[in-house]
Design a protein. Structure first.
Length: 294
């Protein structure tokens, strides 16, 4: 089976086109044990996850994206992943200025900027953020927002946001502090009982109202070079807490590069602009890649 390796700011994936695959092959690529084996960087292909391209379910959509993390779990949405899928679709025959892709967070529009017929940059309308505890989800009164709330693990307040998947954001003083906290307490926050679906965890160091340094402990992956939904959720949290302005682009600097995030007025939508890169193509039989003991 043919696959393509892509990355968005170093957040790397195997993209597999399962729209016309046999039921057996489609199931194999979406099986959690096979996903874990394929994403193993020593014994498999290596990646932060598998992006399964499937037939759309929404009328007018071009395809559906299913996000399978390197630990075999499924994510509702992946910002870097959807840019990679949009580029793959555009470069492989769907050369439209805007593509509509079904995700676990709904159908999202992706505007393509291309050079010589090849997609370079994708701007995704990520949709309105979910801000109540019930929507995120996080424990507590269902209709209440979780903004700058004390949290026993961090010793710092957390702001929680969903961009179709859950995020817990804490603001720190420097990138160095962000790295230290991500590596030491990121796992404990991800799996804390307050988050019934676990959570992505963002450690954000604002440099100005228009720029944030960010380190992400990603649910199901650990520390990652970039997280598109995390950059969006962090910018929403910055607006909610008065650290950034709605309607103004914010540069979010991740270890793998920079995304441009704009939170529209009244949180009506969040725009994410960034690159997607094709690395190589290959062939793999998922059932023949074994998960090795550690």
């Amino acid at each position: 089976m043919r696959f393509a390796k892509y990355h968005g700011l170093g957040n790397d994936f195997l993209v597999v086109d399962l729209r016309s695959a046999t039921p057996e092959l489609s199931a194999a690529f979406q099986d959690s044990a096979h996903v874990i084996a394929l994403c193993d960087r020593q014994f498999g292909v290596g990646g932060d996850g598998v992006l399964a391209v499937l037939p759309p379910v929404t009328t007018g959509a071009d395809a559906r994206m299913r996000v399978l993390n390197s630990d075999g779990s499924e994510a509702e949405m992946c910002g870097n992943g959807i840019r990679c899928v949009a580029k793959w679709l555009y470069d492989n025959g769907l050369a439209k200025p805007e593509l509509l892709i079904d995700t676990g967070a709904g159908a999202l529009a992706c505007a393509i900027e291309a050079v010589d017929g090849t997609a370079q940059t994708v701007t995704v309308k990520m949709g309105a953020p979910r801000l109540t505890r019930e929507q995120i989800p996080v424990a507590g009164p269902a209709s209440e927002r979780c903004i700058e709330q004390p949290f026993d693990v961090t010793g710092k307040p957390l702001t929680c946001v969903s961009m179709g998947n859950p995020h817990a954001i804490t603001f720190v003083d420097s990138r160095d502090e962000a790295w230290k906290l991500a590596t030491t307490i990121g796992p404990a926050i991800e799996t804390h009982a307050q988050f019934p679906r676990r959570t992505n965890v963002e450690f954000a160091a604002p440099k100005s109202r228009g720029e944030i340094d960010l380190v992400v402990w990603e649910r199901g992956c650990g520390i990652t070079l970039a997280c598109g939904t995390g950059a969006c959720a962090t910018t929403v949290a910055a607006v909610l807490t008065g650290r950034a302005d709605a309607g103004s682009p914010v540069k979010v600097n991740l270890p793998g590069g920079t995304l441009e995030i704009t939170v529209l007025a009244e949180f009506a939508n969040v725009l994410m602009k960034g690159p997607a890169v094709h690395v190589f193509d290959g062939d793999v039989e998922p059932t023949l890649v074994e998960r090795r003991p550690r």
